[in-house]
Design a protein around this ligand. Sequence first.
Ligand SMILES: Cc1cc2nc3c(=O)[nH]c(=O)nc-3n(C[C@H](O)[C@H](O)[C@H](O)COP(=O)(O)OP(=O)(O)OC[C@H]3O[C@@H](n4cnc5c(N)ncnc54)[C@H](O)[C@@H]3O)c2cc1C
Length: 395
Amino acid sequence: MGLNIDREKCTLCGDCISACPFAALEIIDGKLIVNNACTVCGICVDVCQEGALSIERTEAKVTRDNSEYKGVAIFAEQEKGNIHSVAYELLGIGRKLADKLNVELTAYLLGNDIKDINSLFHYGADRIVFAKDERLDHFNIDRYTEVITKIINKEKPEIFLGGATFIGRSLLSRIAVKLKTGLTADCTGLDVDDKRNLIQTRPAFGGNIMAEILTPNHRPQMATVRHKVMKPMRPDESRKGRIIEFGIESNLLTPVEFIDFIIDTSQKVNLAEADIIVSGGRGLGGPEHFDIIEELASLLNGAVGASRAAVDAGWIPYSHQVGQTGRTVSPKMYMAIGISGAIQHLVGMQSSDFIVAINKDPEAPIFKVADLGIVGDLFDVVPALIKEIKKRKGL
Ligand SMILES: Cc1cc2nc3c(=O)[nH]c(=O)nc-3n(C[C@H](O)[C@H](O)[C@H](O)COP(=O)(O)OP(=O)(O)OC[C@H]3O[C@@H](n4cnc5c(N)ncnc54)[C@H](O)[C@@H]3O)c2cc1C
């Protein structure tokens, strides 16, 4: 696959050069040249009025019978026997996909002594494939890859989802390579089309566009979803399902030995767990003004978040950053103060239950996602809020 230039048609107008986000096109000695930076994205083809540019695409050969693949499966991550809440979120979206496709939803669970295994049924699973083995007690990349690849080869799900956690990211990428299929990381939306293709939506080109990615020729279709992006369904304790034990015959060789868990104390804020987050952005004007954000957060028993602009300016550490290159959060209430609402910020917080925006610009994009918008100077609004909360708390 490559970019073809029809020199007869090319007028050297330069439209493709200015449109190319990778600086992959240039005119040298009166000729349009494509260099190694080309990713064959096709933007230049779309802008060329003369039809001088084209991409030669070869259809991928389908070497397996995709019709054998049926069902939706998710990886139910666990730590110390406790099921990670991202598994319930994956079951929430997995349930919707399975219902649309009219198939079963299965959770793949690896471990030994698992607490509350039935919760997977309560949150939407029809079946659990459980690889119960003490060697799978703690996450081990070699063993988990081997076992899940075997489960998938036996079960043949058409869709397999995992959390974009540290574990999920490293695991699903290896499994995808072993299965020779595609993987879309960090999806913000998942749906299916009428051909049973998984529509995997995620930000692309620095978050400036939302791309819809399909994997029409390979199965399973694999995707990871960040924690707190999808909503779990309301648990139904009357839901029941089948547990299928997956026997492990191999000796699960690995050069890695589990020694101990060590708690990382370097991250002082736990944005992912906070019910209320009060975030400050460039509108604060300087690091010294984060004190009003901290005071408001502390009165609300919340955590302090920030936009990347505030982090990049060195006003607050990166561990507070919310957004595409920071944390994805989904608190009960998110307050965006002096934050414009760039798409890269929105993808990290727009699934919050209730969003409050304080901004002096009534046209700021943050107001499009806000449940409550206050147009005003934050240096008037925030101290007034603090005063009122203190009054109501009797402080
Ligand atoms: C690849 C990539 C990844 C990125 N990842 C992230 C990410 O993870 N998180 C993130 O946040 N950004 C991210 N960004 C950056 C993003 O595009 C924006 O630049 C950033 O979010 C802007 O931060 P801001 O809203 O604080 O600043 P600005 O866009 O400058 O907005 C400041 C806002 O404050 C308002 N304001 C100013 N003064 C006052 C006042 N006195 N009272 C009330 N309102 C006031 C203004 O009206 C304005 O709306 C990323 C960008 C790229 C290209």
